[in-house]
Each structure stands twice: as C-alpha cells, then as structure tokens.
Ligand binder design. Structure first.
Ligand SMILES: Nc1ncnc2c1ncn2[C@@H]1O[C@H](COP(=O)(O)OP(=O)(O)O)[C@@H](O)[C@H]1O
Ligand SMILES: CC(C)(COP(=O)(O)O)[C@@H](O)C(=O)NCCC(=O)O
Length: 327
C-alpha cells in the first residue's frame, strides 16, 4: 500500500460515520411498504420544499425502517435495565419511556418537512403508533423579554431560548409523565402565543425539531457539566445543505410568504407586502446575513458531528448523500 492510499485508509478508519450515496441508502429499505400517498406528502411539505414520493421512498422509508429497528433495540435495552433495577426492589425501574428523536439544521433547510414526514411514517408502524412532534420555537423567550435582554436580533441563537424549560419538557416526557405541556410560537405574529399550550400525553415516540437541539448544555455556575437536551435523544438527524443554497431557499420562501401569509393583517411582516419586491428581498437578505447565517455558522453547523444521521441536500432540496454514525 503506498502512502496516499494509506492516508485515505486511515481517514476512513478515523470517522465514526459510514458515508452512503442516495442509491446505496435507498437500497436499504428492504420491504418497507410505502404508506403515504402523494396527496399526504403534499400536505406535509413546507413552503418551497420539493419533497415528493420519490424522496419519501428513497430517503425516508429506509430511515423509518432503521428507526423502527432502533426503537425495538432500545426497548430491549430498557427491559434489561429494568430487570437489573427490579432486583433492587424496583428502585428507579420505569416502563413506557418514549423514544426521543432530535431533528436539527439551519433556518429554511426544511427541518420541519423532514420532521413531519418522519412523524407520519413512524406512526404507521404498529409497535409505535403515537408519535408527537414538538418544535423548539415554542421555547423562544417572548419578544418583550428578548427586547428587554437586547436579544431581538438574536432570535434563534441559543441564548434566545428558555433552555432550561425545553430540557425539562423533554425530560418530563421521557420520564413518562401523563401530561406535559409546551408553549406555542407563531410565525405569523413572530412571537409566543399567549395562553396557548401544546399538550403531549405519553407518546411512543417524541420528535424534537429545532435549530439548536444538538447544542451541548452550558456548564453550571460551579463549572460542572449539566445534562442537556441532546442527552435525552435516542437518535438525531441533522439536515444539511450548502449555505448558498439555504440562503436562496430562505429568500424564495420570503418571496412566497409575501404573497400569502404576510398578507394577513396580523402578520408581523405585513409591511413587506406594501413595499416593492426588491425592497422586501433586501430586508430578507439582511435578516439572513445578520441573524440566520451567523447563527448557522457559529452555533448550528458546529453541532452536525453530534448527529446520528446527516442528510446532505443538493441545490434542488433532494438528499444526495447520507452519513450514518456507526461507532
Ligand atoms: N414569517 C413566516 N410566516 C409564516 N410561516 C413561516 C415564516 N417563516 C417560516 N415559516 C414556516 O415555518 C416553518 C419552519 O421554518 P424554519 O424554522 O425556517 O425551519 P425549516 O425551513 O428548516 O423547516 C416552515 O414550514 C416555514 O414555511
Ligand atoms: C423561529 C426561528 C428562530 C426558528 O426556531 P426553531 O423552531 O428552530 O427553534 C426562525 O424561524 C426565525 O424566526 N429566525 C429569526 C430571523 C428571521 O426572521 O428569519
């Protein structure tokens, strides 16, 4: 073996991931049946996202099969743990612990479509029909509090969330509490909706979707490591794409929203329906360059290496390559 191939051999050994092309990955779905119709996929698709049945078949069915295997294996492990704890008079033994999946990635990368398609596919398995989805935007601090802390132009950055409440929410669901509630965010009013809560009741699977779900916990005041959100995940997905592509998707979505949701009299962005399209897009570009891109570069992308699976999208939103953690 010459030096060059030795180096590439070593590089292959050093990574905890196995890299697969879309074709290699799609061959892994075996006999998993397609349980969604074209109309159902359309109903789950976010604005501007090009998810279709081919994408579901090639990318999401193998993932649904893998996750079903993971859920079964995780239940087996929990059973082993309970057997061990039962030997000590049942101290801490627990049944009905949900399987928790994190979905991370930039603003406008299509995380919410990925999470909704996963929710629909996973709920079709008889072993785990109750799949709940929570987006972390509900844990953003309300605008009044962001303004008070001087964080209005940091929305989506780790410090703009009530991280403790978010972690407690997931910990409570995982601990099998009968009913756990979360605040609700509205993109329309660009703020937390007062007096509205999302209620989660003992799901089989909980999907937690948001920009920063893979962020490590901040150290405590005494410098000690704390338990963070990602410590509760049994599996995580990072939706990845080139920054230039995501910016283009963000701008084209802003253009589409200007013709639809922004027209609503209660929309925070209504004023951008009353200026020229060029002016509106200049504003969107400013939001991208001053908030979402720095957040992607400084906080979101650095967490990619913590995901169990990375879905790498091409310029057309289609997943081209996948990296699955094997170690
Ligand atoms: N200003 C807005 N008004 C209405 N809907 C919005 C607005 N911004 C984003 N959305 C919608 O909210 C959802 C989440 O968007 P985002 O957090 O950017 O994540 P992603 O695009 O990765 O799913 C998307 O379905 C998007 O279409
Ligand atoms: C609400 C968001 C922070 C996303 O939050 P997430 O659901 O990922 O927790 C984001 O969509 C957002 O509004 N960012 C602020 C800049 C902008 O208006 O694009």
């Amino acid at each position: 073996m010459d030096d060059v191939s030795l180096t590439s051999e070593r590089r292959r050994e050093a990574t905890p991931y196995v890299d697969l092309t879309r074709a290699e990955w799609s061959a892994l779905r075996e006999r998993t049946p397609l349980t969604l119709s074209a109309e159902e996929v359309e109903g789950l698709r976010g604005l501007g996202d090009l998810m279709d049945l081919d994408e579901v078949r090639d990318v999401y069915l193998p993932l649904s099969r893998l996750l079903n295997l993971y859920v079964g294996a995780t239940m087996g492990l929990r059973g082993a743990l309970n057997t061990f704890l039962d030997a000590g008079n049942g101290h801490g033994a627990q049944s009905g612990t949900p399987f928790v999946i994190g979905v991370a990635g930039s603003v406008a990368v299509g995380k919410s479509t990925t999470a909704r398609v996963l929710q629909a596919l996973l709920a079709r398995w008889p072993e785990h029909p109750r799949v709940e989805l929570v987006t972390t935007d509900g844990f953003l601090l309300p605008n009044a509090e962001l303004a008070r802390r001087g964080l209005m132009s940091r929305k989506g950055f780790p410090e703009s969330y009530d991280r403790r409440a978010l972690t407690r929410f997931v910990a409570d669901v995982k601990a099998g509490k009968d009913e756990v509630t979360a605040p609700v965010y509205s993109h329309l009013i660009y703020d937390i909706v007062p007096d509205e809560r999302l209620v989660v009741r003992r799901p089989d699977i909980l999907i937690v979707e948001g920009l920063n779900v893979l962020q490590p916990a901040l150290p405590g005041k005494d410098g000690r490591t704390r338990v963070g959100l990602a410590d509760y995940f049994d599996f995580s997905v990072y939706v990845d794409a080139r920054g230039e592509d995501i910016e283009r998707w963000y701008l084209s979505r802003f253009r589409m929203l200007r013709e639809t949701a922004f027209q609503d009299p209660s929309s925070y962005f209504r004023r951008y329906t009353q200026v020229s399209e060029d002016e509106a897009l200049d504003y969107a570009r400013m939001l991208w360059r001053t908030i979402n891109r720095p957040n992607l570069e400084q906080n979101v992308a650095p967490t990619r290496g913590r995901a169990t699976l990375v879905l790498r999208k091409g310029p057309d939103h289609k997943v081209q390559r996948l990296s699955l953690r094997k170690l």
